[in-house]
Ligand binder design. Structure first.
Ligand code: APR
Length: 229
């Protein structure tokens, strides 16, 4: 069975109503990253950080997967499909994908602020100050903040090395090490990039660019792969 790896970013969730980071009116236009998405921010003002992620959790709970997420499910019949997502939403899970690796954490989970192995499901949308882990420390969002290690990156690199197809959907390829995953694709791997503004990639061998939104571009990429067999 051939391997298909799908690297997704905020763009695949845009048509589900979730903001991206760097588009017009993106999250980072309305918030300063250093106030809400770094360990220093958490130390300086944990309530503000908690509130930022509570608002995003509320939106993610209400969001539904779009055709971009759903079209990927069709591939699971004939291929080994592995999703590597930079997104913290659970839209790939809601769509029914079975193998999902979250590089930057998961909005539906919290974790101990002194022991990263203690991870919990968040009940509802609000994680409150005063909620503590079993070791007595304040629970924080289970998110990889800027400046923190990406524990899943080596697993992701090994997945890409074995990919026969690499779909790259809705990411500006601005943030490393996630953006560097493309360089782990082997020379026979066919890369298909789906993005209405495909800026983050220079031309490469075996690269097809579908300059469309995920909702129309992903079904086209699925068609290309199915017709390529
Ligand atoms: N369909 C597909 N792609 C889209 C759509 C859409 N409907 N709308 C926007 N895009 C594209 C944009 O053109 C852009 O290339 O999605 C990409 C979004 O880029 P970013 O906002 O930078 O999001 P992302 O690449 O996921 O950011 C990576 O940065 O802030 C950190 O941790 C955060 O995981 C995030 C990481």
């Amino acid at each position: 069975m051939k391997n298909i790896v799908v690297l997704t970013g905020a763009g695949i969730s845009a048509e589900s109503g979730l903001k991206t980071f760097r588009d017009n009116d993106g999250l980072w236009e309305n918030y300063n990253v250093y106030d809400v998405a770094t360990p220093e921010a958490w130390r300086a003002n944990p309530t503000l950080v908690q509130e930022f992620y509570n608002q995003r959790r509320k939106q993610c709970i209400a969001a539904q997967p779009n055709i971009g997420h759903l079209a990927l499910i069709e591939l699971e019949k004939d291929f080994n499909v592995q999703i590597i997502t930079q997104n913290i939403d659970d839209l790939h899970e809601k769509a029914g994908s079975t193998t999902i690796l979250h590089l930057h954490g998961e909005i539906t989970k919290s974790r101990s602020s002194i022991d990263p192995h203690l991870i919990y499901e968040v009940e509802g949308w609000e994680l409150k100050m005063g909620e503590k882990c079993e070791k007595g420390s304040q629970l924080r969002p289970h998110i990889v903040w800027f400046g923190e290690m990406v524990p899943a990156i080596e697993t992701a690199q090994n997945m890409v090395k074995k990919a026969d197809y690499l779909l790259v959907v809705g990411t500006s390829l601005n943030v490393y090490p996630a953006a560097g995953l493309l360089y782990y694709a082997n020379s026979n791997c066919k890369i298909i990039l789906i993005d209405p503004n495909p800026a983050g990639i220079e031309s490469a061998r075996n690269l097809t660019i579908i300059a469309e939104k995920a909702g129309t571009g992903v079904p086209k990429a699925v068609e290309i792969i199915l017709n390529d067999q």
